[in-house]
Design a protein around this ligand. Sequence first.
Ligand code: SAM
Length: 290
Amino acid sequence: MINERTPADAQAVAQACGCSPTGIRILLEYLSSIGVLERYSDKYALTPTAATFLVPKKQSYVGDLVLSETAPETVEGYLGAVRSGQPYYPAVPWAQDAWLESYRSSRPAKSLEMWRLAGFEPGRTSRLRVVDLACGCAIKSLTLAHADPMVQVDCVDSSDVLEVARDLAMRLGVLSQAKFLPGDLHSINLGKGRYDAALLGQITFYLTPEQNLALFMRMHESLVPSGVVVIDVPMISDTSGERESLASVFTWATSGGKAHSFAEYSHWLQVAGFKAARQLGLTWLSAEKP
Ligand SMILES: C[S@@+](CC[C@H](N)C(=O)[O-])C[C@H]1O[C@@H](n2cnc3c(N)ncnc32)[C@H](O)[C@@H]1O
């Protein structure tokens, strides 16, 4: 059996998994060609990346996430939703998604750009209290904390996902600037006037319009005057909602949410009491509490 990084030949792998040596050799060759395996003469071993993310029982294993996007049941789920007009609600291994995101090297620079456009430059002289709701690994807010010791972040997500955020905070050396609050974003008590900024990253397109409006109202209450909500989400350009995006297909089928236009977000935010929203980029917007 291929044991982590120990090379094994096709015969040994086939024997370990009860498959045909011919089939396994072709599969191993293919996996080598796409960089999942390294080939040493007639033997194969996992690359360091595959050994990190594709070995079950490792903390960093993301195989369930890959299967949740590619398994036959997933395809059946989408087809069922299209046939019935009713979303299905699969259990998503979000902690595995968070592990992957926590190692994505492009995230820190992009996140700082988002915060800058929203008006938050590192190098502050006063404390900035941020709540990161449905934070995943919280890389977007922890990056800001890393760039600025005045930033304190409350990370909200399920407890298994928060373990990843805590691990990332440790890796970034910002553990003392972060708190981890397990909870449901629809019901967790966010207090009144507690935060200067609130981040909703890649979550609002999983929510229905009613859920978004209710969430924005609670965010409004949790912010200080002049506090800012920042939203990172795919948006459609068509305000009529007739031209749906690919993101809509996936999120509607699995959660009932869908991609919305900037105009729709703007409207909900204004109803929730925010000033006119600003579009900061293709997937970023912000709005200030008066
Ligand atoms: C696509 S990830 C986004 C992670 C991160 N905010 C980002 O921008 O990359 C969605 C996250 O929302 C979390 N989530 C989904 N529903 C939630 C809920 N009802 N309450 C709290 N967290 C939730 C999931 O656990 C997952 O970590």
